[in-house]
Structure formats: structure tokens, C-alpha cells
Design a protein around this ligand. Structure first.
Ligand code: C5P
Length: 399
């Protein structure tokens, strides 16, 4: 496999104990065809020597921003231009903070600031540092700036604690990197995606809604576009920018979304139902604002059409992908949903306080008839690219 053939990867190694995994990461990146150069920060150099990284990368290791030698040859601008991807692994809490601030006071930070290409971070730190308000704020800023975030995983840590903050394993990091590059995996495929919540009006001022932000569906639309697909996105009300190069249709209720999907489904190769479609709507939306003159108010609800199941029941039908958001027993429910709705693939995630909905990152279990794959916690754009790659593989396998 040559998933990273001809790619230039600048690996930034910052000062965390997980730096001991960097040489293994370099080897695996090179095995997939990448050329790797390493920038080692001062703190990174306290954990691992330049000599080790030079030996495994086959290239001199860069450590200084203000070095006459480096500036005459490969200074930070040249390194930033050279790199198709800057991958920072391990990325400490401190480096996340500095990247979020746009600092340029060492070679790695300066390379990131000068880069016009992709930047990815693989955080590795103590669970308390990861959970801190400041790190979570920096994480949101990095994601908003377009930085890809790989992990972290949870488990036992070098500090003796158990929790979130472990560096992803080198094999997982390499798979994340491969997923970043435009694959042409869906060239000319027609893809219809639903995203966001639906809002079900009760009266002219009130509605029933849910916490979906639309981020996953929008990230999927961008990832499918980058893989060469012609993408139509049908979106409930969200506060997200229109993704360039995608046809966007805005709807409000489940009924609106249902109509919009049925109008456009013919000829689609793939349908991805990422929207959190309301299962019920008020039986009748009141034409006037409902007054608070009764002690109890009973609202009668009626079932909305199940858009995903309806698409999956068509003949011929597109390759049909659903999502399962559950608060418990995710895999059992997801497998049942895959079978009951007759889907080709389902992406399952746990939702609840701070998980799944309305947050910037997530983890998915992807199931299909006869198979399953875990996509470890990552930013939604990163997960979306991995999911699109899997969808393309399953589509080819089912053809
Ligand atoms: O059965 P459940 O609603 O949990 O299934 C979730 C999946 O079904 C999601 O992908 C969602 O977009 C889709 N769905 C739908 N129409 C509905 C309800 C859910 O398309 N009315």
C-alpha cells in the first residue's frame, strides 16, 4: 500500500513522554511512501534525541528557528512550503495553546504559522490537563482554524492516571494521515447528505428541536467533495458557513426535509442521513401563540416519516448510510437499526453530556453487514474523511 506516496510530512515532536513513540511513527509514515522531516522542539529534545529521529527519517532533524545554517538552507518558510502536512505528534497542552494563539517563537510554531497546507495535531497529555477549560478552549479554536485533531485516546497514562489524553498509536495516526489526502475515491459520484436538526413548530414562536449542530453532516459534505463527489447537502437550521463547492438547500421541519430528499434522490449513488430528524411533530401547529391560561398543556404529537428508512426501501436505491446516536448500548441498537432499516452502513456514536451532539469532536463505531471498524476520537472533519474513505471502500465492495 502506498497511501502516502510522494507526500511530504513535517513531523513536529513536542515535549511529552509520548515522544518515545515518534520514531515508530516516522517508520510507519515512510512505509506508506511519505518523505518525513522532523522538527524537534527544545522540550521534545529532552525526551528523545535528534540522532534517533535522524536515523529513522534519513534526514537531518531541525531544532533551531534562529540558526544561520538553517536559515541559509531550509528555514521555517522553506520547511512550511515543503510540507504537504505538518503533523504534531505528540502535541503537548502547551503547544496546543501556542498554536491556538498563532505564536512563532520557535521553529515548529513558526512553520505552522507560515504553512498554507494541512496541519494536524495528536494531543498527548495528562487527563486533567486535557479536560481543563483552557485546553478545551484551545481545542475549539484549533478546530475552528481548520487544524485536524487526531485523538487523544483514553486509557492508562504515564503519570499513573487513567483517562483521556493518550497519544493515538502510530498505526492509528498513520491511518488518520492517509485519510487526510484527497483520494479521488468518489470521483463523479452523486452524493446526497442530510445534516443538522429539524425544528417542529408548535405555534408562530415556539418549536420542538434537538441539540444537533450539523457539524458532522457539513464535515461529511466537505470530505465527499474533496474525494471528488458532486455533493448536495440538505440542512436543517444551523449556525454553520455554507461549504464551498457543495449545493446547499436549507429546510426547517422533518416534512420539509422529507420533500427535499424525495425530490432529489433519483440518480444519487450515495445517501448519508446525518441529520437528527425529529421523530415526532405537533399534530397541529397553532396559527396563534398558545396562551398560558391552563395549568396543564397537552401537546399531541404525530410520527414524522423516517427519511432514511424510506430511501433505503427504494428500488433502485443509493448506497445508504445512517447514523445512530444512543445514550447506552450503542452497538446493539446500531446493529439492529442497520438490519431493520436495511442500511448499507451505519455510524454509531454515544451521545450525552458533552458527547456526540453540539461538540467539535467525536468517536464512531462503523458497522456494515458482516463487518465493523472503530474510528477513534478525532475532530469531526478528520472523522468525516475517514468515514468517506470507508463508504467508498464499501461501495466498491458492494458493486
Ligand atoms: O431510528 P433512528 O431515528 O434512531 O435512526 C437514526 C438515523 O435515521 C439517522 O441517520 C437519522 O438521520 C435518520 N432518521 C431519518 N428520519 C427520521 C428519523 C431518523 O432519516 N424521521
Amino acid at each position: 500500500m502506498n497511501a502516502l506516496g510522494n507526500k511530504h510530512i513535517l513531523l513536529g515532536v513536542t515535549g511529552g513522554i509520548a515522544a518515545y513513540k515518534a520514531p515508530e511513527l516516522v517508520r510507519r509514515l515512510r512505509e506508506l511512501g511519505a518523505t518525513v522531516q522532523v522538527v524537534l522542539t527544545a522540550a521534545g529534545g529532552a525526551f528523545i534525541t535528534p540522532l534517533t529521529l535522524q536515523a529513522v527519517s534519513g534526514q537531518p532533524v531541525h531544532t533551531q528557528l534562529l540558526s544561520a545554517e538553517a536559515e541559509s538552507g531550509m528555514g521555517h518558510i522553506e520547511l512550511a512550503r515543503w510540507a504537504d502536512l505538518i503533523l504534531i505528534a505528540p502535541c503537548t497542552a502547551d503547544f496546543m495553546a501556542r498554536l491556538a494563539q498563532g505564536r512563532s517563537d520557535d521553529l515548529l510554531a513558526a512553520c505552522c504559522l507560515a504553512s498554507r497546507g494541512a496541519i494536524a495535531v495528536a494531543p498527548a497529555m495528562n487527563a486533567g490537563m486535557w479536560d481543563s477549560a483552557a485546553t478545551q478552549r484551545n481545542l475549539r479554536q484549533l478546530i475552528a482554524d481548520g487544524v485536524q485533531v487526531f485523538g487523544p485516546a483514553s486509557g492508562s497514562q504515564a503519570c499513573g492516571e487513567v483517562g483521556e489524553g493518550r497519544l493515538l498509536e502510530p498505526a492509528e495516526l498513520v491511518a488518520c494521515c492517509a485519510g487526510l489526502f484527497g483520494t479521488n475515491a468518489l470521483t463523479d459520484k452523486q452524493v446526497l447528505i442530510t445534516a443538522g436538526p429539524t425544528l417542529e413548530d408548535m405555534d408562530p414562536v415556539r418549536y420542538l428541536g434537538n441539540r444537533s449542530s450539523g457539524r458532522m453532516g457539513y464535515a461529511l459534505a466537505a470530505a465527499a467533495r474533496d474525494a471528488g463527489a458532486v455533493v448536495t447537502l440538505i440542512s436543517g437550521p444551523v449556525a454553520l458557513a455554507e461549504p464551498p463547492g457543495v449545493t446547499l438547500l436549507r429546510v426547517r421541519s422533518a416534512s420539509d426535509m422529507h420533500h427535499a430528499v424525495l425530490e432529489r434522490i433519483a440518480g444519487m449513488d450515495i445517501f448519508i442521513g446525518a441529520a437528527a430528524v425529529a421523530d415526532y411533530r405537533p399534530a397541529q401547529a397553532s396559527a396563534r401563540k398558545i396562551k398560558k391560561d391552563q395549568e396543564h398543556l397537552t401537546l399531541e404529537l404525530v410520527r414524522n416519516p423516517d427519511i432514511l428508512a424510506e430511501v433505503a426501501a427504494r428500488s433502485p436505491r443509493p448506497f445508504t448510510v445512517g447514523f445512530a446516536a444512543e445514550t447506552d448500548d450503542v452497538l446493539t441498537y446500531a446493529r439492529r437499526k442497520l438490519e431493520d432499516k436495511n442500511l448499507d452502513l451505519i455510524a454509531a456514536n454515544l451521545v450525552g453530556a458533552g458527547q456526540g451532539f453540539d461538540v467539535a469532536d467525536n468517536a464512531l463505531s462503523v458497522l456494515w453487514p458482516g463487518g465493523q471498524q472503530e474510528l477513534p476520537r478525532a475532530s469531526k472533519p478528520t472523522l468525516a474523511r475517514q468515514l468517506v474513505k470507508l463508504i467508498a471502500e464499501r461501495l466498491r465492495a458492494s458493486a
